[in-house]
Design a protein around this ligand. Structure first.
Ligand code: ADP
Length: 342
């Protein structure tokens, strides 16, 4: 009988970068920084895409900490079975201050050489990419994949985990609407996003909230309050206001809106529930596309690249360029929320 994995585990394959005679023996894959649903789908894709090119794969546990301490396991195709639908990351994640030191980086590079690991796919945010860039200066090829629920990575329109987090927030706020409406209240909901208001803006649109309060835009509570009072006169009985975590003023906003309108205003902080759960179809598919692309890059001997999405297509960009980019906040979408809210 034909053994599929043996049959396809050849050192030569044809990918987006043409016919490849890869010199890569083994790669490592790690997840670092904040976890995000879909990271497992990316780990699965990296593992199987590499194995099918005849490249061995190591799973590095707890991000760069595991690379320094040697918490590393060789992965087979079966080790990533049944994980595509699971939230979190089977490799675990950690923050590793030691990796920011020269000594830590040298230990990590030494561990890679010991295992004959030529390259690494690092799944995480900007911090993870900075670490990857540092490691590549020590001779290890590195490719970054954007994994964060916040979508706060400038070189990509989309990050793994973003869609699941927004859908979770939407489901929670739909439930909150029921009780908010029953009591003729206002609920001020804090969603995640320490540095970015993308979850807040899109979730506010998706649940039909009256306002999204984000770091990127000035907000005027007097205006929101007067809109609330004007529409209350026309029969509107309840209100939803979405606030991004990074604004850091959720309690104050609720208190001031209550004082200005006389409408009872309560706070709900959604918190880490937004990080968990089974990834949506979109996150699973994008994570797979990005993981597959990352392996093609390493197999083609590329390094210092970040995989992203541009105009809906998967592409790659230099890691330093990626780290220096700025992401624009979608002004038109923000205006649209307010133009359709009251
Ligand atoms: P994220 O990747 O989600 O932005 P962090 O900022 O916590 O999360 O970064 C994850 C890990 O990447 C850190 O714990 C550290 O090990 C590594 N890292 C972050 N910044 C740097 C840096 N400037 N140089 C080297 N490594 C870094």
């Amino acid at each position: 009988m034909l053994n599929f994995f043996e049959e396809v585990a050849l050192p030569v394959s044809i990918g987006a970068f043409g016919q490849q005679n890869t010199m890569i023996n083994a790669i490592g894959v790690l997840t670092s920084g904040g976890d995000a649903p879909g990271m497992n789908a990316a780990v699965r894709a990296v593992t199987r895409a590499a194995l099918n090119k005849g490249i061995r794969v190591y799973g590095i546990r707890r991000g760069y900490s595991g690379l320094i301490s040697g918490d590393i396991i060789e992965m087979s195709a079966r080790d990533v079975s049944g994980i595509i639908q699971r939230g979190g990351t089977i490799l675990r994640t950690a923050r590793c201050p030691e990796f920011r030191t020269e000594e830590g980086l040298q230990k990590a590079a030494e561990k890679c050489r010991e295992l004959n690991m030529d390259g690494i796919v690092a799944i995480g945010g900007d911090g993870t990419f900075r670490g990857a860039a540092d490691l590549s200066r020590h001779g290890i090829k590195c490719v970054g994949l954007p994994g964060t629920i916040d979508n706060d990575i400038a070189c990509t329109e989309y990050t793994i985990g973003y869609d699941t987090a927004m859908n979770t927030a939407m489901e929670m706020i739909d439930k909150l609407r029921d009780t908010t409406a029953s009591h003729d209240r206002c609920t001020v909901i804090e969603v995640m996003g320490r540095r970015a208001g993308y979850i807040a803006l899109n979730t506010a649109i998706g649940v039909g909230a009256e306002a999204a309060i984000v770091l990127e835009e000035n907000y005027d509570l007097d205006e929101i309050a007067s809109n609330m009072l004007a529409t209350k006169k026309q029969g509107k009985s309840h209100f939803l206001i979405v606030v991004a975590e990074g604004v850091g003023q959720t309690d104050v906003i609720a208190r001031e809106l209550q004082e200005k309108t006389g409408i009872e205003s309560r706070v709900t902080v959604l918190g880490h529930v937004q990080r968990g759960g089974s990834p949506t179809m979109r996150d699973r598919v994008v994570a797979t596309e990005m993981g597959y692309y990352a392996v093609e890059l390493l197999a083609a001997d590329k390094t210092d690249r970040v995989v992203g999405m541009k105009d809906g297509k998967i592409y790659d960009v230099d890691i330093q360029e990626a780290l220096s980019m700025q992401k624009a906040f979608p002004e038109r979408k923000y205006k649209m929320l307010y133009d359709t809210a009251f």
